[in-house]
Design a protein around this ligand. Structure first.
Ligand SMILES: NCc1[nH]cc(CCC(=O)O)c1CC(=O)O
Length: 310
């Protein structure tokens, strides 16, 4: 088995944190990781919101090409940014242990009151925008793109009172001191995969190496949860551009997976959600079942409205 591993990653600070997280694990096991930075379309196109760039996998395509050519051995992504179906010649070899899943509100105002009538919150996600319309209808959601550092700068410049972000990224960038509110995950249900790091490789990577990387990096409990959430998203046929949400949890004995998932209309008026449990071995079927149910209960019409730009 070869021991030098080329780890492909985007160049943002969060992406590099994730890649270093992987590299540290591999180093501790006696492997020799090397980090290779690859720029993706999502890093270049910053003047349009993500749902308007159009193609799925805006943060992953160039990395996947690197896996195919052998330029890199593994690609590291935020699990949330990985498309629900990946190409046949590639595979997700590990989902790393999940960080706390909540969304949080950051502000330079230590006393930021979410009930102030003129509240403006920065967010780039359709899911968060729709949830804000539902749970904080007086608030204005301002679109914000760019990496976390850019968003923080815009917050500092006063473009909005607060910024809604995933706790995971905030914590990894050590911005915890700016967290003013932790949004409850029962209302602001996170996006599929939020808080976990995904490791992808070519299907034909050396089998012994693949097995070793899986053993060193995969967190089985997180993997089961992501299997349920990703099956849900796959059946929803959505990328990061639809306001769907999914959060799975595994019982302490590891036998039962619970999935809370759904879809919210852009205006926040319709909030379709469902929670069910299944044996851990049936995690994927659970995701598919909930998605089919949500689609049948009006989800199909919500997606149609979004696609036709209503
Ligand atoms: N879509 C961008 C993205 N991808 C992963 C994270 C945060 C960290 C994570 O959930 O892994 C973020 C930023 C955010 O949503 O605040």
């Amino acid at each position: 088995m070869k021991t030098s591993i080329r780890i492909g990653t985007r160049g943002s600070k969060l992406a590099l944190w994730q890649a270093n997280h992987v590299a540290d694990r591999l180093k501790a096991a006696g492997l020799e990781p090397e980090i290779v930075i690859i720029t993706t379309k999502g890093d270049i196109v910053l003047d349009r919101s993500l749902d308007k760039i159009g193609s799925k996998g805006v943060f992953t395509e160039e990395l996947e090409e690197g896996l195919r050519t052998g330029h890199i051995d593994v690609a590291v992504h935020s699990a949330k940014d990985v498309q629900s179906s990946i190409p046949d010649d590639l595979e997700l070899l590990a989902f790393m242990e999940r960080e706390k899943v909540n969304d949080v509100v950051l502000s330079f105002d230590a006393d930021l009151d979410l009930n102030r009538p003129d509240l403006v919150l920065g967010t780039s996600s359709t899911r968060r925008r729709a949830m804000l319309r539902r749970f904080l209808p007086h608030a204005t959601a301002a679109d914000v793109r760019g990496n976390l550092q850019t968003r923080l700068r815009k917050l500092e410049e006063g473009h909005y009172h607060g910024l809604v972000l995933a706790y995971a990224g905030v914590h990894r960038m050590e911005y915890d001191g700016l967290i003013r509110h932790v949004l409850p995950e029962t209302q602001y249900v996170p996006a599929t995969g939020q808080g976990s790091v995904a490791v992808e490789c070519a299907r034909n990577l050396e089998p012994a190496l693949k097995a070793e990387l899986h053993r060193l990096l995969d967190h089985p409990a997180t993997h089961v949860c992501l299997r349920a959430e990703r099956a849900y998203l796959r059946t929803m046929e959505g990328g990061c551009s639809i306001p769907s949400f999914a959060l799975a949890t595994l019982s302490p004995d590891g036998h039962t997976v619970q999935l809370h998932a759904g879809l919210i209309s852009l205006d926040g008026a319709q909030f379709l959600e469902e929670t069910r449990t299944a044996p851990a071995a049936a995690a994927a079927q659970l995701g598919t079942k909930i998605a089919e149910s949500i689609l049948g209960r009006g989800g199909r019409e919500i997606l149609e409205d979004i696609r036709s730009g209503k």
